[in-house]
Design a protein around this ligand. Structure first.
Ligand code: ATP
Ligand code: MG
Ligand code: FE
Length: 336
């Protein structure tokens, strides 16, 4: 089964052909980071326009790289949410047109399910599992008991982790995206600032990062007003330690109380070296398996959408051509 998958939920224009949900025949991703850099974040309208310019090229390239003709395909899959609505609609319309023109079934895919299934491109998912999705737009702790069965254990109540990274980086005067920059500086710094850790209610798996973000920004503001020197490496390390403590402790709690052996970490922030290191230590200490997909499958891509789509194909879960994009879709409703 060969599926052409399309992903345009944020600032990556991506298309991929995936065979049987795990063999990547092509994986084309055009990132718009350079265009959004000067604004210090993703500008939705700019993103949509880029998607319009790039989508046809990306799809053609994915088909060429896979060395396939439209008639070799079995279905077209597309991310229909969550994401920026204008951005989603570009991919959605391209997918619908392709499916209609070549008489192929259309498969609607939830973006976060894609991040979890990115693992399937490297090894088969084993259930039950817990997945921590950390990116610029999402911070979610999800449990799966079997294929296409999602339970949300917790999620952020305000900022996503990546968003907090990018905002703190901006106040430190670092370029966008800030995550890699802070990660780099943190390696040379110490946790001297001791920023707060937001654990919220004791048995909640929800996250909150806006308090931490404000604490960092206020500290920088106060120190600057007093003309005190700012140790950027220590600020980065202190911020990152707070993030890692909360993310790993809540995730570990979930693994233990849900009695799960497999942990998946995905999304752009899964690239963070401090977070990876801490999870590796914890997995050895507590005996769970840690799976983090290769970076190209951690950040937004279409191959992960193709991986989910295969499971939906097996269940004949297809959409009509009136399928609409949605900026928010509860992943529990994407359980089949
Ligand atoms: P979405 O939230 O829809 O998945 P996105 O484009 O915002 O989309 P990703 O592309 O998955 O998310 O990830 C980008 C985010 O990851 C940015 O916020 C970036 O700062 C962060 N990031 C990337 N590398 C690192 C790193 N080494 N440490 C921390 N954060 C990182
Ligand atoms: Mg991105
Ligand atoms: Fe994403």
């Amino acid at each position: 089964i060969k599926i052409l998958a399309i992903e345009t939920s944020c600032d990556e224009t991506a298309a991929s052909v995936v065979q049987n949900g795990n063999k990547v025949l092509s994986n084309v991703v055009i990132s718009q980071i350079e265009s959004h850099k000067r604004f210090g974040g993703v500008v939705p309208e700019v993103a949509s326009r880029h998607h319009v310019e790039l989508i046809t090229i990306v799809i053609e390239e994915a088909m060429q790289e896979a060395n396939l003709k439209p008639e070799d395909l079995d279905a077209v899959a597309v991310t229909y949410g969550p994401g920026l609505i204008g951005a989603l609609l570009v991919g959605l319309n391209a997918a619908k047109a392709y499916a209609f023109a070549h008489d192929l079934p259309l498969i609607p895919v939830h973006h976060i399910a894609g991040h979890i299934y990115a693992n399937q491109l490297e090894r088969k998912l084993q259930f039950p599992l817990v997945a921590l999705i950390v990116s610029g737009g999402h911070t979610e702790l999800i449990k799966m008991n079997e294929h296409l069965d999602f339970t949300v254990l917790g999620e952020t109540r305000d900022d996503a982790v990546g968003e907090a990274y990018d905002k703190v980086a901006r106040v430190l005067g670092l370029p966008y995206p800030g995550g890699p920059e802070i990660d780099r500086l943190a390696k040379e710094g110490e946790d001297t600032y001791k920023f707060p850790r937001a654990y919220l209610d004791k048995d909640s798996y929800d996250f909150s990062f806006s308090g931490l973000k404000s604490a960092v920004i206020n500290t920088l503001h106060n120190e600057r007003q007093k003309n005190n020197p700012i140790n950027e490496k220590d600020v980065s390390r202190s911020f990152q330690e707070s993030v890692i403590d909360v993310l790993t402790e809540k995730t570990l709690d979930a693994i233990i109380s849900e009695d799960v052996k497999d942990l998946i970490v995905a999304g752009g922030v899964a690239a963070n070296s401090g977070l990876r290191g801490r999870f590796e230590t914890l997995s050895e200490k507590h005996g769970f398996n840690l799976y983090i997909p290769a970076l190209k499958y951690c950040t937004d891509n279409a191959a992960m959408i193709g991986a989910v789509a295969y499971e939906l194909y097996l269940k004949k879960h297809f959409a009509d051509l009136d399928l609409n994009g949605q900026n928010y879709i509860d992943i529990e409703e994407f359980s089949f």
